[in-house]
Design a protein around this ligand. Structure first.
Ligand code: PLP
Length: 391
């Protein structure tokens, strides 16, 4: 059968993730140190795993409300109020989702009509553009620059706005650059959003892993923004819970209701075992998050120092667990650099272009890897860079 005729044009038009493509080269090679996949090397803290086990022991094996357990929504409401200084009603303004991935997809599908324009900043998380396309909307890229530490500038967003602009996706701290935004930058962007009536999808998945300033600083707190922001947050990164697939969205009731309509038909509800674990994470998980964050910060400082010493110009990222060194001086494309590094020194890092065309000339290295492995990876990278001629 010719399946290409069967698959929808929309899905057919979407490329596979550049990260996955690259990592297929690594599968089955245990000599490789991977700085690739954006996943904590920590196990989920034991008391959180225990809460999941206990929930199963109690026989909690049913569906929950489509919105998620009310007890979890109450915990989310309290946590978000403390962390982001913004209040949401657990009954009507919070939806528990299957990771931020589902929350992002629901938000885009709930908001977009065919050909509405969705603005987002690149380099960015690999799912944004395909998710926009799958919502039948049009992705509009705003490039960020090294000289701005990869923080998107309001003026650049302004240039991208047209009468069809409807949504702006913001992600701070940013995957893959680790960028964070200043209050002034967020204020300027907020003014634009109010002026042009844009809804913001604020992907705050790395917020707890912010190493400078207030981790809870968000566009959400800027004047006029609570009513036009969907806060997307989750447990994967800060709580080291990627496998639990837990996330949530907070927004005004009409927006949550629209997202819930899709969620109830597509997923029904998030898994109850993961919801039980999420309550424990929010109620008692913060000390473990702070401990992991301290370890990430130490690794960040080490990796940035080593990269700069070996001649790979690397800014100090303010958050997340990625560094994004500039490799342009060696005259190789990001893909060539990453491939040669893998072949010659068995270190896997992701070409910057996996995160958008303007990632050319950069490499993403995830430092959520054991410190002794990072030391070996840096030694190997130094040896590799030493063999390259500067362009
Ligand atoms: N948003 C960003 C910026 C990410 O980097 C990731 C995962 O890498 C996600 C969302 C997906 O997170 P989740 O595991 O909650 O679906």
């Amino acid at each position: 059968m010719n399946y290409s005729d069967k698959i929808s044009d929309t899905v057919g038009s979407i490329p596979r993730s550049g990260i996955r493509d690259f990592f297929e080269l690594v599968i089955g090679r245990d000599d490789v140190i991977s700085l690739g996949v954006g996943e904590p090397d920590f196990k989920t803290p034991w008391h959180i795993r225990e809460a999941a086990i206990y929930s199963l022991e109690k026989g909690q094996t049913t569906y929950t409300s489509n919105l998620g357990l009310l007890s979890l929504r109450k915990s989310i409401s309290k946590y978000v109020s403390d962390f982001f200084k913004t209040d949401y009603d657990p009954k009507t303004e919070i939806l528990v989702t299957i990771g931020v991935s589902e929350a992002m997809d629901l938000a885009l599908r709930a908001l977009c009509n065919r050909d509405d324009e969705v603005i987002y900043h690149e380099p960015c998380y690999v799912s944004y553009s395909p998710s926009i396309v799958m919502a039948h909307a049009k992705p509009v890229v705003v490039e960020t620059k090294k000289e701005d530490n990869f923080a998107v500038q309001a003026e650049d967003i302004r240039k991208a706005i047209t009468p069809k602009s409807k949504v702006l996706i913001l992600n701070y701290p940013t995957n893959p650059t680790g960028a964070i935004a200043t209050k002034e930058e967020l204020e300027d962007i907020a003014k634009l959003c109010v002026e042009h009536d844009l809804i913001v999808l604020a992907d705050e998945i790395y917020s707890e892993l912010t190493y400078a300033g207030d981790p809870g600083l968000s566009i959400l707190q800027m004047p006029g923004m609570r009513e036009r922001t969907i806060l997307l947050h989750g447990f994967s990164k800060a709580f080291a819970m990627t496998g639990f697939r837990m996330g949530y969205a907070c927004a005004p009731p009409e927006l949550i209701e629209a997202m819930m309509k899709i969620h109830q038909y597509a997923a029904l509800c998030a898994p109850i075992t993961s919801q039980a674990a999420a309550i424990e994470a929010l109620e008692r998980g913060t000390p473990a998050v702070l401990e992991m964050k301290e370890s990430y910060e130490m690794r960040r400082n080490y990796v940035v120092k080593r990269l700069n010493e070996m001649g790979l110009d690397c800014h100090l990222p303010g958050g997340a667990f990625y560094v994004f060194p500039d490799i342009t001086r060696y005259g190789l494309t990001s893909h060539e650099f990453a491939l040669q590094l893998l072949e010659k020194e068995q270190v896997a890092a992701v070409p910057g272009t996996a995160f958008g065309a303007c990632g050319e000339g950069f490499l993403r290295c995830c430092y959520a890897t054991a410190f002794d492995q990072l030391e070996i990876a840096m030694d190997r990278m130094e040896r590799f860079v030493g063999t390259l001629k500067q362009a």
